[in-house]
Design a protein around this ligand. Structure first.
Ligand code: SF4
Length: 253
């Protein structure tokens, strides 16, 4: 390869890297994804205000995302998001659904095929199972709780979201949690649990125990899609959900 070709290639790579970093900085991301770093703790900061310290860090001061006062404003600020590569395969950006002041929030991994087509989280077969847990198990209505995912656009072939995709999208979830202010979060499945708790500990060891996500009680449990494949483990989820119901009844007492 000639020296001039090398120089052109280097210039092209430098331009690509500069644009990538500028795109990340535009959404306020100034750190490398933590997804690859092993963490043993299952308590993510005891700070009651989970957006504290993120101003000028996760979001620039002028960011409409950071400044959103309602979920509607946040959704508008996210807009036709192209902050990570998942945008290119989506039909709908699946923001979240439910009571904007819910005491109980469910967090899953990301939209699947049905969710991508309908623009709403947990509406496929796994979603029906979650709805059954909420309605038949807990005696609540789906519209009483808030449901969201770690990433808002469907990963191709339902693969796990990649660290850069999580780094780009997680601030939206963080802001959703900050706006809804749930008393309890139920994290569904390994990916949501490990992302929210910044932990590599297997979900089999995390589930069924209370953890803290910025001062909010967090209960990890198994994902409904896993339960469709392993129905015998529904009992484990029911054990976890009973703990959530007990805590919820204390919250409303
Ligand atoms: S997954 Fe999140 S960050 Fe990526 S394009 Fe969709 S909304 Fe934007």
């Amino acid at each position: 390869m000639s020296e001039s070709t090398d120089t052109q290639e280097l210039a092209s790579l430098t331009t690509s890297l500069r644009r990538h970093l500028q795109r990340r900085e535009r959404v306020g991301i100034r750190f490398l994804p933590k997804g690859d770093l092993p963490r043993e703790t299952t308590t993510v900061s005891s700070d009651a205000n989970l957006m504290a310290g993120t101003e000028g860090n996760l979001f620039s001061d002028s960011s409409a995302v950071y400044e959103a006062k309602t979920l509607e404003e946040l959704r508008a600020a996210i807009g036709d998001c192209r902050r990570c590569k998942l945008w290119s395969g989506r039909t709908h950006l699946v923001f979240g659904v439910g009571n904007p002041k819910a005491k109980l929030m469910f967090v899953g991994e990301g939209p699947g095929r049905d969710e991508d087509l309908q623009g709403e989280p947990f509406v496929g077969r796994a979603g029906q199972l979650l709805t059954d847990i909420i309605t038949k198990g807990m005696g609540l209505r789906r519209e009483d709780v808030y449901i969201a995912n770690v990433v808002k656009c469907r990963p191709p072939e339902n693969r796990n979201p990649e660290p850069d995709e999580v780094a780009s999208c997680e601030p939206f979830l963080k802001k959703q949690i900050d706006l809804v202010k749930p008393a309890i979060i139920v994290a569904l499945g390994k990916f949501a649990v490990q992302t929210l708790l910044q932990s590599k500990v297997p979900i089999t060891r995390l589930r069924g125990q209370w953890h803290s996500y910025h001062g909010i009680k967090l209960m990890p449990t198994l994902h409904p899609a896993y339960l469709l494949r392993n129905p015998a483990d529904k009992k484990l989820v029911w054990d976890d959900i009973k703990k959530v119901m007990k805590e919820l009844s204390g919250e409303s007492a």
